[in-house]
Design a protein around this ligand. Structure first.
Ligand code: IPE
Ligand code: IPE
Ligand code: MG
Length: 253
């Protein structure tokens, strides 16, 4: 479980290897409801408080030089929540995009989405998603991908459906062909997977892309998450030894 350093470093990059920054970091933004409940507030107040955490995490990603940041905003299973919470989240996500896409654009962030664009997602939200994509499409500093109405299993189902619909020959199906049919074929595999709120599970996030991710968990609830937590997660990542099923060169005979 991740711990923040006792004294915060002067710069976010202090103590980090600038050549060992993970290219793709994925965050499960979890614990909003508990954050609110602990304060005697309604759960949706926790979602609202998570907005600041997201903006700070993006700033952290930019400061650290993380090229891809993917955040889990709403899962295919989150429709099972009470109707008023779901309705709040639809409205809230639309407002977040309306409030912040210009700032993200100024910061050089390219905004993208992964997930099912089905009839359950309100048209007004889809419209703001499209406007955010369009506004920021040529930015190159960092890609912020928001997983909305996203499920890792649904993504694989959709990829298989697309391949069958195209009449792809089974003999032509390989890792690259499947990757090509994911929601964003350009998205690299996840290097660092971070989940807040103490839960140690994947919850159907990026199943394909986490094949060799380093997993880091923190007790911090998402509304309390700040760029320092992201930097601490990167520090933990840099202490790991990634092998990808092989051997480290120095260990090889
Ligand atoms: C994550 O926080 C946000 C969404 C799933 C939309 P939760 O709402 O899951 O918060 P907890 O896990 O109940 O505390
Ligand atoms: C995962 O969190 C989904 C998002 C953060 C959007 P959940 O709170 O839905 O996951 P579980 O139910 O604890 O596994
Ligand atoms: Mg949760």
């Amino acid at each position: 479980m991740l711990a923040l350093p006792a004294t915060p470093p002067a710069s976010l990059l202090d103590g980090l290897d600038p050549h060992g920054i993970p290219r793709h970091v994925a965050c499960v933004m979890d614990g909003n409801g508990r954050w609110a409940e602990r304060r005697g507030l309604v759960r949706t107040a926790g979602h609202a408080a998570g907005e600041e955490a997201l903006l700070d995490a993006v700033e952290g990603a930019l400061a650290l030089g993380i090229e891809w940041l993917t955040v889990f905003a709403f899962s295919t299973e989150n429709w099972n929540r009470p109707a008023d919470e779901v309705a709040f989240l639809m409205e809230f996500n639309r407002e977040v995009l309306a409030r912040h896409r210009h700032r993200l654009h100024e910061q050089g962030v390219r905004v993208r989405f992964i997930g099912r664009r089905d009839e359950k997602v309100p048209p007004a939200l889809l419209d703001h998603m499209d406007r955010s994509i369009e506004l920021t499409r040529d930015n190159t500093r960092c890609t912020l991908t928001i997983a909305f109405n996203y499920g890792g299993q649904a993504e694989l189902v959709d990829a298989v459906r697309a391949m069958v619909a195209e009449g792809v020959d089974p003999d032509d199906i390989d890792v690259e062909r499947i990757r090509h049919h994911l929601y964003d074929p350009e998205m690299p595999d996840v290097d660092l997977f971070v989940r807040t709120s103490g839960e140690m599970r994947i919850s159907n996030f990026l199943l394909w892309q986490v094949a060799y991710s380093e997993l880091v968990f923190t007790d911090a609830l998402w509304p309390d998450f700040r760029k320092e937590h992201l930097a601490a997660a990167v520090a933990e990542y840099q202490r790991r030894e990634r092998r990808f099923g092989g051997l480290l060169t120095e260990a090889a005979p």
